[in-house]
Design a protein around this ligand. Structure first.
Ligand code: HSE
Length: 403
């Protein structure tokens, strides 16, 4: 029998316990042994839960129990998740997590500690919920030359944008609905300001480039500035607006990382990803475009990824491909060099826009003018926008377009 401890008995922790109970036969067939939940660490008690007798409030009980084989850290946040993980790894216990914050911030340290102690640190559930995406990148696609990995990495914002696009719902009503369904983070700012997606692209970026970049240094925009008028212009031009995380591997070995809302052609692969669904597109040579799609949040999907990792600890041990996930801050490319077509909505006349930006494509005219510029980099866009503003005009909205 293998003994498991679950740290955190929230939506994901309870999902893991339920999965291990309901699918015990499938798990046993795979692992060749019973998996027993020996401890659940939480500040709260759960008197109604079938696991009430396993709840402990002191991590030391778990840390010092040499019979615990694996720890599932689903507490969220970096502290004390990082310290608990390091203690467990040092004590020779496998650790599995869905906690993207701690992976994005301390992945390099925890992977090194796992290696040192001959145990596993797995984090498939930290990106894309139930979608198996990290393993394919680590194992199956690693001989490819990756040019970009990009994706819809946050279910809550995709749900909100889908409701705004499809039903004309307000931002606030759509967010409340997402929270009610358990998709949103405890503090929804992490979703709507792009912070959650930023942590996930930091992880994906590290896996494809080998460079782990501090999430605080990644250019990050959320969806709060998107207006009903922008949605209408996009719809009219057969485009969607999606919050994308993008990691572009550049020829000079640097990696360009960002999170921002992008206009996307509605029939592009990512343009058709709706609701709480996530998708990750890997563009690499010679495989070309590969897309992974599924539920990016929720108890069942996230627990599926966690338990998949847990089983791998016992079936594969550490015989998986080594992950390069090194702190290499100098590998982050300067966002000012990022080149794209830019969308602006403005109260200016077309002549003023052309005087500032040169040739543009008009998407909509009326009370306000919406245009797409030719491809320009961020620094040049900023200079052109300042020129337009200096002419007395307002930039009412700004997005980039995925080419
Ligand atoms: N709040 C996150 C989301 C949960 O909406 O995608 C999964 O990381």
């Amino acid at each position: 029998m293998k003994n498991i401890a679950i740290l955190g008995f929230g939506v994901v922790g309870q999902g893991v316990a339920e999965l291990l109970t309901k699918n015990a036969a499938e798990v046993k067939r795979l692992v060749g042994d019973d998996l027993y939940i020996k401890y659940i660490l939480d500040l709260r008690d759960f008197p109604e839960s079938p696991f009430a007798d396993r709840v402990v409030h002191d991590y030391a009980v778990i840390a010092k129990d040499t019979a615990v084989d694996a720890v599932i850290e689903v507490m969220g946040g970096s502290h004390p998740a990082f310290e608990f993980t390091m203690q467990a790894l040092a004590a020779g216990k496998h650790v599995i997590t869905s906690n993207k914050q701690v992976v994005a911030e301390y992945g390099a340290e925890m992977l090194a500690e796992a290696k040192k102690n001959g145990v596993c640190y797995h984090f498939e559930a930290s990106v894309g919920g139930g979608i198996p995406v990290l393993m394919p990148i680590i194992e199956i696609l690693r001989h490819n030359k990756v040019r970009e990995v990009r994706g819809i990495l946050n279910g809550t914002t995709n749900y909100i944008l889908t409701k705004m696009f499809t039903f004309g719902d307000s931002f606030e009503a759509s967010l409340a609905d997402a929270q009610e369904k358990g998709y949103a983070e405890r503090n929804p700012d992490a979703d709507i300001l792009g912070v959650d997606a930023c942590r996930k692209i930091a992880i994906l970026g590290a896996l494809v480039s080998g460079a782990s970049i501090d999430p605080d240094r990644i250019h990050t925009e959320g969806i709060t500035a998107i207006r009903a008028q922008d949605v209408a212009v996009a719809n009219k031009n057969h485009m969607a607006i999606k919050l994308l995380g993008r990691a572009l591997c550049e020829e000079d070995g640097k990696v360009m990382l960002m999170v921002a809302p992008f206009l996307i052609d509605a029939d592009a692969p990512l343009g058709g990803v709706h609701g709480v669904y996530n998708a990750v597109e890997v563009i690499a040579d010679p495989v070309d475009n590969v897309m992974f799609y599924g539920r990016g949040a929720g108890a069942g999907p996230t627990a599926s990824a966690v338990v998949g990792d847990l089983c791998r600890c016992f079936t594969e041990g550490t015989h998986t491909a080594p992950i390069r996930f090194e702190k290499e801050p100098e590998r982050l490319s300067d966002f000012a060099r990022f080149t794209a077509q830019h969308y602006i909505a403005t109260d200016a006349a077309i002549e003023a826009v052309q005087a500032a930006f040169g040739s543009v494509t008009v998407l909509s005219e009326g009370e306000e003018l919406a245009v797409l510029t030719d491809p320009i980099n961020e620094a040049d866009f900023e200079a052109c926008a300042q020129k337009l503003i200096a002419s007395g005009a307002k930039v009412l909205s700004h997005l980039r377009k995925l080419s």
